[in-house]
Design a protein around this ligand. Structure first.
Ligand code: SIN
Length: 559
């Protein structure tokens, strides 16, 4: 029996599976991590089934603007990239995971070029590199100016569709993990909005399941994440008994385009690369917000900028600030065509006017806990990309490290599976009690998360949010459908996040407690969250640096 007030379902209420499909490996998700995992798994001859919630290209990757960070420029080194990543991560990065990222990343970026990704180049044919927050030098490759994710996704999809050993099912929402007698992964149940034999709830069976299902930004009312980012992978893994970690470290992007108080859901991103090219954040009187706050000023790590903005907005009672990019003038639309289109659609000419901006939920630095080979705490269940917590990001992800992490750890887990697939086992019937929340809970959940568990948090605000989440959990539904399944997933990950954020009584990285404003050495470690057998939330504390040494050993918890 756990101590938390909130209860989350151990299984989603759903009709029995009416059809089955078999594969060697199931990849859940089709962004950079999922597609890279599929392509690398094919090198071993495995038959791969990709299941994805919407269309293949509808996930977060296509929205990535700024680029992909890697030490590929003249004079840059993996060591320098590692140093900047560790500084941003505020003591909680796993140095070995970061080492893998920065040393293996450049080769995998070259592989992207080989499959046809057209990164922006200068007249000599060299990659054009930009800077973003926390990077001490220009090391971010981009494509189409500010359409980097879209171009990478395009190239990967061309490669995937040319491989007859990869099957893809679109409009397929995963529900729960199928498990063998020893709790090992045996596949997933899923719901397909399809036609013919694969329609409705089915079972996809395989001895290995790779979660690459992206993030959870939709738990907040304002986010840069697309509608599909509802934390499905983390919720599925936790229901199955897997460990999640660092959930309290949600990164807020400082500059989402502010479209007014009534605008909720996905907000257009204004890339940090705009500041990399000289823009600054100012208030309505033109006073610079970041001057004197940090030596890197507007290019300070993202958490520092978002916090400084939130503080200024709270003090002055403002709901937005401005980005002044007028120094770029006529160059702006050429360098940032996507952002220009978003601004013009909102009636703003970014070359001549201030751009209204506010922080919005952007990236989950935590997620399903993995080792350096992408293995979760459940045999046969792997995770990579934003759904995973590999240890790379620590308490705050360095800008443009996420696409690179997706590449590196997808390749690593494929290498692990190349050594041999786990034995295929028949799934055992699920006995856990099933539950479901009604769909209208979603809007209330996002509003309470933004109010109490956003950029600024305190014991009081988190307690109010936890109470509201416990109340929402009582609104059960008997109507299994994509809306109620996604809402239930959002509630599970929001509840686990609030539990972790309440426990961490310090300010570190992207977790800012107004009642504990300082970083504390007692908290130099990770909160590892699980769902207990009664649906309550459990947590243990693990000292930093112990990830590979122990998947089970707990340090003395500071709570
Ligand atoms: C951006 O372009 O500002 C976003 C890049 C990132 O989140 O890494």
């Amino acid at each position: 029996m756990s101590g938390s007030a909130v209860r989350v379902p151990r299984r989603l209420l759903a009709p029995a599976a009416g059809w089955t499909v078999d594969a060697d490996v199931i990849v859940v998700g089709s962004g950079i991590a999922g597609l890279t995992a599929a392509l690398h798994l094919r090198r071993t001859g495995a038959r791969v089934l990709i299941v994805t919630k919407d269309l293949l290209d509808a996930g977060s990757t296509r929205w990535a603007q700024g680029g992909i960070a890697a030490a590929v420029g003249p004079g840059d080194t993996p060591e320098e990239h590692m140093r900047d990543t560790l500084v941003a991560g505020a003591g909680l990065c796993d140095p070995e995971a970061v080492r893998a990222l920065v040393t293996e990343g450049p080769g995998l970026v070259r592989e992207l070029v080989e499959i046809g990704t057209a990164f922006d180049r200068d007249a000599q044919g060299d990659l054009v590199l930009t800077r973003e927050g926390g990077h001490l030098r220009r090391r971010i490759a981009h494509a189409g100016g500010d359409a980097t994710g879209l171009e990478i996704e395009r190239a990967l999809l061309v490669a995937v569709s040319a491989d007859p050993g990869i099957e893809a099912i679109e409009h397929a929402l995963v529900l729960d993990l199928l498990c063998g007698p020893a709790g090992q992964a045996a596949g997933v149940t899923l719901h397909v909005l399809g036609e013919g034999t694969r329609d409705g709830v089915g079972a996809a069976r395989a001895p290995a399941v790779v979660l690459a299902s992206g993030g959870m930004g939709q738990i907040y009312s304002s986010t840069t994440n697309p509608q599909v980012a509802t934390g499905d992978g983390v919720a599925l893994a936790m229901r199955a008994g897997a460990e999640a970690t660092d959930l309290e470290f949600i990164q807020f992007h400082p500059t989402a385009l502010w479209l007014g108080r009534a605008s909720t859901g996905q907000q257009p991103l204004v890339s940090e690369a705009v500041r990399g090219e000289g823009a600054t954040i100012v208030d309505g009187s033109g006073v610079r917000v970041m001057a004197g706050v940090h030596p890197l000023e507007d290019l300070a790590p993202r958490d520092v900028v978002a916090k400084a903005m939130a503080r200024r907005m709270a003090e002055a009672g403002l709901d937005h600030l401005y980005l002044d990019a007028r120094c770029l003038g006529a160059q702006f639309p050429r360098r940032f065509p996507t952002i220009t289109a978003s601004c013009l659609a909102a009636g703003i000419d970014p070359a001549r006017e201030l751009i209204p901006v506010a922080p919005a939920a952007h990236y989950a630095s935590g997620g399903v806990r993995t080792d350096l080979r992408g293995r979760t705490s459940l045999p046969g269940l792997y995770a990579c990309g934003e759904v995973a917590c590999t240890g790379v990001h620590g308490a705050n992800r360095l800008a443009s490290n996420s696409l690179l992490e997706g590449l590196v750890f997808a390749a690593r887990l494929a290498a692990d599976l190349a050594a041999g697939l786990p034995p295929r086992v028949p799934p055992t019937p699920a006995r856990e009690p099933a539950g479901l929340l009604e769909a209208p809970v979603r809007a209330e959940l996002a509003a309470t998360m933004s109010a109490g568990a956003g950029v600024l948090r305190s014991a009081e605000s988190l307690a109010a949010t936890a109470a509201e989440l416990a109340e929402l959990a009582r609104r059960a539904s008997a109507d299994p459908c994509p809306e109620t399944w996604s809402t239930t997933n959002l509630h599970t990950v929001a509840s686990a996040l609030v539990d972790a954020a309440t426990r961490r009584e310090e300010t570190r990285g992207s977790h800012w407690r107004e009642d504990f404003p300082a970083l504390s050495p007692a908290w130099l470690g990770h909160i590892v969250s699980t769902v207990a057998s009664d649906g309550g939330l459990d947590a243990r504390f693990e000292a930093a640096g112990r990830r590979e040494a122990s998947l089970t050993g707990a340090a003395r918890a500071p709570w």
